[in-house]
Design a protein around this ligand. Structure first.
Ligand SMILES: [Zn+2]
Length: 255
């Protein structure tokens, strides 16, 4: 290798982490659900890390309050410009070899779940549970991110392992149903939770890091199973879950 030849490889510095499988990133089929604050940061990290086959689904257009947290959105965007399309287009500028497919739709209408990893960048529990159940059914790893002000959470759901629904009991579900009433129509009520970019960045970075471990063939190193982040104290805490008795996502499906 000639002097400085290594600087012509976009991924040279990443390849110096021996177990990181950048070639596997290139091949992995990734689904990003949600193109808002977390979705922008997740897709940015994925493209920079070498993921090249990304589908991003979101039903919404862009509003001014997105601009404080979304690196790919501009003042000239508005509600007529779908988040998924803008994110796909602008993030593609980071690497000519990336292919980002936007889907402007709610996730409940998604039919093709054929992928290697799902990154959840959602703002409501109903959509999360929908993705969770499809991930479990199709045996696809699901990395769910959430933020609330200076706090955040990442949950890694591996096939057969504890899922989002495992840790929810009935009263929890009832409260969620009231707070996040979603009946499948477009009048879904989503409370405007507090949000700022530093927590969004950290949670999205952890989500993509977990995806890197999974796609590199090291799911055993993934966080188990939920990580809570408190930005005020700068602390993170992992909580291990067990498969919930009666959780419908673990019943054997008979053909
Ligand atoms: Zn479960």
């Amino acid at each position: 290798m000639k002097a400085r030849e290594y600087d012509t490889d976009r991924f040279d510095r990443m390849r110096r982490i021996p177990w990181l499988d950048v070639d596997a990133f290139h091949r992995a089929r990734c689904l990003v659900v949600g193109a808002g604050a977390l979705g922008n940061e997740v897709v940015k990290n994925m493209v920079l890390a070498g993921f090249r086959d990304i589908t991003v689904i979101d039903m919404d257009g862009i509003v001014a309050s997105n601009l404080s947290r979304c690196v790919f959105f501009r003042d000239s965007d508005d509600e007529s410009t779908p988040k998924a399309e803008v994110l796909a287009s602008r993030a593609s500028e980071l690497d000519p070899d990336v292919r980002i497919t936007p889907i402007v739709s709610k996730v409940q209408d998604l039919e093709n779940w054929d992928c290697d990893v799902i990154l959840g960048c959602l703002d409501n529990i109903s959509a999360r549970l929908h993705v969770n159940s499809h991930a479990m059914y199709h045996k696809v790893p699901y990395i769910d991110g959430a933020t609330d002000g200076f706090r955040g959470k990442v949950q890694v759901v591996l096939p057969g392992g504890p899922c989002l629904e495992c840790s929810m009991n009935k009263s929890h579900m009832n409260v969620m149903d009231q707070r996040f009433s979603c009946t499948g129509n477009s009048m879904m009520y989503v409370p405007k939770t507090a949000s700022e970019i530093t927590t969004t960045s950290i949670i999205a970075a952890i989500q993509v890091r977990e995806a890197m471990k999974i796609i590199s063939g090291k799911p055993d190193t993934c966080l188990r199973n939920v990580m809570y982040y408190d930005g005020l104290s700068g602390t993170m805490q992992d909580y291990e879950l067990s498969v919930g008795r009666g959780c419908p996502n673990h019943e054997e499906i008979s053909e």
